[in-house]
Design a protein around this ligand. Structure first.
Ligand SMILES: [Fe+2]
Length: 285
């Protein structure tokens, strides 16, 4: 039986990829952010996940405004990265796990999620930067990428993304292989890239989100997307990916690590590690 060992939430701004490529991890500006991953590395070395489900949003590399699925799930054995600009180098392809992808797709459709299934899918910095932050050696586990539209309005709600994650969690709990699964949500936290509020950061709201995501994610579903844009900035809605990650944690959830640092490239940067205990038993009931 697949076991969901926990979830990790992290920022994915392109500047991080450039800093990695230039080896700036110990630079005065970057160290407070990168040092937040020291614990993550130890935790991953101990937990050794076999596969990672990655909730993120595409930034135009794979989908664009003309065709943008609300939810898309990769079902390939490999996911390539390509040049997307931003000054970040193209990195290695991520391995996939197509049988597990199809199991999740089956579960999501049965639960009423009309997702797009992608037997070919590129992954952009929203996937590759978190993988490089978590496994700097490049020894990434296979992934199942789940893309959530955080770009073209109308966006899905916080509640819908929490439910999407819960559906993934239920499907994982019925996967017959004895594997350890990590769930990742990328993006955020508060930031706005353009307009009069470019550079907007809301530390107070970010801290509320980091507190509530641990054991009261429902509290965050009362905010509409428009509320969220006001409180967290136009791109702060990437927290939808974190909500899906949290939804997939179906057992007893404990925060074991948290780092918050502002600013990184005009963005509030955060990293959180949530442990998840007792999923299979709970879902078998
Ligand atoms: Fe982003």
């Amino acid at each position: 039986m697949a076991r969901i060992i926990g979830g990790i939430g992290t920022t994915h701004v392109p500047a991080i990829g450039k800093a990695i490529a230039e080896g700036l991890q110990n630079d005065h500006y970057w160290k407070p952010f990168f040092s937040g991953f020291d614990y993550v590395h130890k935790w991953l070395a101990r937990e050794k996940p076999d596969v990672a489900v990655v909730f993120s949003n595409d930034h135009g590399l794979n989908f664009f405004l003309d065709k943008l699925p609300t939810f898309a799930v990769g079902a390939a054995n490999e996911y390539r990265n390509e040049d997307e600009g931003w000054g970040i180098p193209v990195v290695q392809a991520a391995k996939g796990d197509a049988p597990l992808s199809w199991h999740l797709i089956e579960g999501l459709v049965n639960d009423g999620f009309d997702i797009t299934m992608c037997q070919e899918m590129l992954v952009d910095h929203a996937v590759t930067i978190p993988l490089n932050l978590m496994w700097p050696s490049g020894d990434w586990p296979p992934i199942i990428p789940v893309s959530i539209n955080t770009v073209q309005h109308p966006l899905p709600s916080m509640a819908r993304c929490l439910e999407l994650g819960r559906s993934v969690g239920r499907a994982l709990a019925t996967y017959p292989q004895d594997i350890k699964v990590l769930v990742i949500g990328t993006g955020g936290l508060s930031h706005q890239l353009d307009g009069e509020r470019a550079g907007f950061i809301n530390k107070e709201f970010d801290e509320l989100c980091l507190d509530k995501i641990v054991n009261d994610p429902e509290a965050l579903t009362r905010y509409s997307i428009h509320n969220w844009v006001e409180l967290a900035g136009a791109q702060g809605v990437e927290f939808l990916n974190w909500m899906a990650m949290r939804g997939a944690l179906t057992g007893q959830v404990t925060q074991v690590h948290r780092n918050y640092h502002i600013p990184i490239s005009n963005t509030a940067a955060a990293t959180i590690v949530l442990e998840n205990a007792g999923t299979a038993a709970r879902h078998a009931a």
